[in-house]
Structures are given as C-alpha cells and as structure tokens.
Design a protein. Sequence first.
Length: 202
Amino acid sequence: MHVENTRSSFFEDEEFRALVRHLPPAPATVATFMFWSGWRRNETLTREWRHVDFKRGTIILEPGETKNGSGRMLPFDVVPELAALLKAQRAYTDEVERHTGTLCRWVFHRDGQRVVSIRQAWRTACKRAKLIGKIPHDFRRSAVRRFERCGVPRSVAMKLVGHSSEGIYQRYSITSESDLREGLAKVATPQTASRDLRFGTA
C-alpha cells in the first residue's frame, strides 16, 4: 500500500540547540535522548533503569514494547552526548533517592515522578526559539537523515530507529537543499572546478 509522507520536517543541529536552551531540565533531557537516538516519544518516556546496562553501554526496548513488536538495543556508550546524558541522569536519580528515601525506577523523571508528557514545555520552547510547527516526531527524521549523511548501512540504521521495512525508512530519509549542495560539491574537486568544460564538443 502506498503511503504519502505528509511531513518532511527535521532538526538541524543549531535548531536543536536553540530548542534545548528554552526547555526545562526534564524535557530537555528527554528531547536530547530522542534527538540522538531517533526513538519514539513513548519508547523514551517508558524507559526504566532495568533497561540500562552501564557495563555494556546499552539501553533496550523489550519485545512487545515497540510499534513493530520487536525488541531493540541502543549502544549509547558510542555516542558521547548519550553517554553523558544517561550518566548525569543516573547521578540525578541517586540524589533524588537519597533525599526521598525511595527508589525511582524511571530514567526520565522530575524528582522521582515519571515524565509522562513534554507537550506544554515543547510548545513554549518552540515558540521562543522560533521553531513553529516542529513536533517531537521530527527527531526520527533527523536521526535517519544523520545516519544517511554519515554513511551508516541502511540495515543498521533501520535496526537503530526501529523501522521494519525499507519503504517506511525511506519516508523518513529527508534531503534538504544543504544536503544537495554538499553532495554536488563533493564531485567539484579542484581539478574539475578549474577545468574548461566545453559542452557539446568531443
């Protein structure tokens, strides 16, 4: 079945940084994880510490928790931003547990209470950062675009973000004008750029 991709929005790095500057700490942490992982909002907000293995440097989604029913593993330790985020979040959780005398099972929380939505904070931050119309799901397109630009094999990228078919993955692979310019510039080597090209002649 043919499905039109009605959105083509994604975040450039500077847009992401502008957004985070206007987000409170808890939503900023959620947004940062989603930006670098490409995971869906509900997949992110439901993570518990039992899903995080600091020794292996991985965080998982168990079978049945994802849209396609398959489990997923993200080796966060290879991305400095993700490794630093989860380490800081674990330290914050330890501090909350000491102060409250209770255990906090959630990775993303406000003083021990699970973050269930970032909607209002997101709207306010987008307005202040002049990013009207952006939605959290745009982070998935951003992640796919980043994988494509970095040459990550498509089969690996699909596993990382949880796309079950190449057709769905391609709907998220957005090309911007800057991508086109960068791609074309790669063939304009100093030799070809200075060469006198005479079209229509042998």
